[in-house]
Structure formats: C-alpha cells, structure tokens
Design a protein around this ligand. Structure first.
Ligand code: 13P
Ligand code: 13P
Ligand code: MG
Ligand code: MG
Ligand code: MG
Length: 370
C-alpha cells in the first residue's frame, strides 16, 4: 500500500520576535501528535523548528489533502497558539488566518508539502525547512537537483536518471499550472522559474517508462503565499519541501549539493529584503542578524513501512562551513545597501511599505518636469 508523508507548518508565535519557536510549543505539538499516533491515525511523526516556524512531519496511509490529517495539523497549531498567547509570544497565531477549520488547511495559512507514493525497498526522504524566505526560494535548488548535470552526476552517468524529469510549475498569481519536461524544455523552464516570486515549482515527477511510477511525485514544495490568500500582508510563507532520493532519483548528496551555494532569496527582515540562504544545523535554526539571514535545515530519514528512521541533521557538517562563511560575507555585503534595492525588495514584492503615505504627503510638492 502507499505511504503519505505530510509536512505541514505554521508560524504560531516567535520567541523573541521572529527568532525561534519556544520549547513549550514544540512539546505541545509532540504531545498532540503522539496522541494521534497512539490512536492509529498517523504511523509516525517528528516535530521541528525552522526559525520561528513550527514544522510537523507526519506519515500515514490516508493520502494527500486528507481531512483528518489536516485537522490534526490545524488542531496542533491551535493548541500551540493557545500556549503562545498565554506566554504572550510574538505574533501568536500569526499564520492561522481563519477561525474555523473547514476540511483542508490549504488556503488557511499553514504551508503544506505532502506526497503519496509506493514505498521502495529503501526509501530515503529529506525534509527541507526554510525560514525568512518564500516558496520560490526552492526553485533554484530543486531545478539543480533534478535537471542540472553539473549538480547531479546521475543525470549523465545513471541510466535510470538519464531521461530526466517532469516539473509541475505553478503561476501563483494566475492560479494556473503547467507540466514541463527536462532536459528538452530546460530553457523554457528556466524562463519561468527564474521569476521566482511568480512561478514556483510545486512537484517533480519521474518520466514514463522508467524505474518509478510516473504519477507518483518525487519532490513537493509548499507554495502557499499568504498575502495572495488574504489579499493583504497578514503573515508569512516561509516554505518547506520533501525530496525522495536514490535508486532512479538523485543521490542524497546530489539532493544536498545545491545548498552549497548560498543563493539570494526574498523574505529577510519584515519579509521585504533579499539575502543569502544559509544551510544550518537544527541547533542554529534561529534567525538573529537582521532577523536572519534566511536559513534552511535538512532532516534526513529512511522510511520503514511509514516509520520514520532518523532524523539525521544533514547540514550539521563542516562540509557546509564554507557555504555558511560565504553566506555571512554576502549578508554583510547586502546589509551595507541599507534601504536600497536590490537588498530591499522592489516595491511590488515588499510586505510593508510607507510609500503611499510618503507620496500622499508630497503630492502638492511634486511639479511637472519641462
Ligand atoms: P558508497 O560506495 O559509500 O555506498 O556510495 C555509493 C554512492 O553512489 C554515493 O553517491
Ligand atoms: P517570519 O516570516 O519568519 O514570521 O518573519 C517575519 C519578519 O518580518 C522578520 O523580520
Ligand atoms: Mg514570525
Ligand atoms: Mg518564519
Ligand atoms: Mg517570512
């Protein structure tokens, strides 16, 4: 039978400000998920913090978008929110945009990455969790894992990867999606996903006729954009992803390799700045300098009939020290721009702006230029 892995996350309050998740919230989430495991609703779970985001990894056999599983996540976030309110944590309940659960957390504030698939003889799965950035931050690393031969040696030398992969890309402004094939449509794919605030990779599939079923995803990314949902800036969309590895897929090391480059992503300070994405161990998953810089953690598992064996803290490794040092240098370089673009985001992408008020105050002083 098929296994579903669900990674559902929300920011339900930060300690202090937007730095990290309080231990009390982690404990409450673990208790609630343990009850669900004891009752048989889920097979297994792990709880993480990515900066100030509370992250629930759950395995079960109920498929994606399942009402009971989503309700479990929602109830867990509500329980954590109650504690966050009691502790007066910052932005308690920030990402719970609705008061009442209505069947599915999609569009209600939490971010969701989940996939159902036939568990292989050995099934490595990696959960990536980012803070202080947006779903498009995954475009570059996911593309490189599944389509860039300079990243993934297997695309060239492993007959099982050599045919390439299919990318499901969402236009999150128009609420449309398109399936595109790599390598044959590589330049068109890049034309879209390079515009990362609008086009976001949602899933990756194997091609037909290969080792793996073409209708079972091998990677999935949360694409919820909260300001799109609510029509105004109400909360955060720090993203997560699940990626399967090995045996017809990129090796674990090929899945991790793109993160050796600390690429620039949007969402730092007030959701309104660009900065480097720094891969960190769980222990450093807290956002400090200028509320950042943006960070990613990676939790590695093997599945055993849905049981989660692990996690392994994959960026807890001196092999990523150079990347972190580079990220710190880039952070320093970007910070020296102060309120100037491209450190500060272009106007249309900022989550806060005083510009309309400034313009209003100046409207009588603007004169036409001859
Ligand atoms: P080992 O020889 O350590 O099993 O590694 C195999 C491999 O292909 C790693 O990418
Ligand atoms: P979060 O998106 O992690 O809540 O951070 C918000 C922010 O504005 C930090 O400066
Ligand atoms: Mg926050
Ligand atoms: Mg956050
Ligand atoms: Mg954010």
């Amino acid at each position: 039978s098929k296994i579903t892995v669900s990674l559902i996350k929300a920011d339900v309050g930060g300690l202090p400000g937007h730095v990290t998740v309080a231990d009390e919230l982690i404990k409450a989430a673990e208790e609630n998920l343990q009850n669900a495991k004891d009752s048989g609703l889920i097979i297994d779970f792990r709880v993480f913090r990515a900066g100030d985001d509370l992250e629930l990894v759950m395995t079960h056999t109920k498929g994606v978008d399942n009402e009971e599983i989503h309700k479990l996540a929602w109830d867990t976030f509500e329980k954590a929110t109650a504690i966050a309110k009691d502790l007066k944590l910052y932005g308690a309940g920030q990402d719970l945009l609705s008061d009442a659960f209505s069947g599915n957390v999609r569009g209600m504030g939490p971010g969701v990455a989940e996939m159902e698939f036939t568990e292989r003889g050995a099934e490595p799965v990696i959960a990536f969790m980012m803070d202080k950035t947006e779903p498009g931050a995954f475009n570059l690393p996911i593309f490189r894992m599944f389509a860039d031969p300079f990243n993934t040696a297997g695309l060239v030398i492993d007959p099982n990867l050599h045919n390439g992969f299919v990318f499901e890309i969402w236009d999150i402004y128009e609420h449309k999606k398109v399936l595109m094939r790599a390598p044959e449509e590589m330049y068109d794919i890049l034309a879209l996903i390079g515009a990362k605030s609008r086009f976001v990779i949602k899933r990756v599939f194997p091609k037909e006729g290969g080792k793996l079923p073409a209708d079972e995803p091998v990677a999935v990314i949360s694409t919820e954009k909260l300001y799109q949902i609510a029509g105004e800036y109400v909360g955060k969309d720090d993203p997560v992803a699940l990626v399967r590895a090995q045996s017809g897929l990129p090796a674990v090391g090929e899945v991790l390799e793109p993160f050796a480059f600390p690429h620039l992503v949007s969402g730092w300070m007030r959701g309104s700045h660009n900065g480097p994405l720094m891969p960190v161990p769980f222990n450093y998953s807290k956002c400090t300098r200028f509320d950042g810089p943006p960070r990613v953690i990676a939790a590695g598992f093997q599945l055993a009939n849905g049981r989660l064996v692990g996690p392994v803290d994959l960026f807890d490794d001196p092999a990523y020290d150079y990347t972190r040092q580079k990220a710190v240098e880039i952070a320093e370089y970007m910070r020296r721009h102060g309120p100037f673009e491209p450190h500060r985001l272009p106007m249309e992408d900022m989550e806060y702006t005083t510009l309309p008020k400034v313009m209003d105050r100046l409207k009588d002083r603007f004169e036409s230029i001859e």
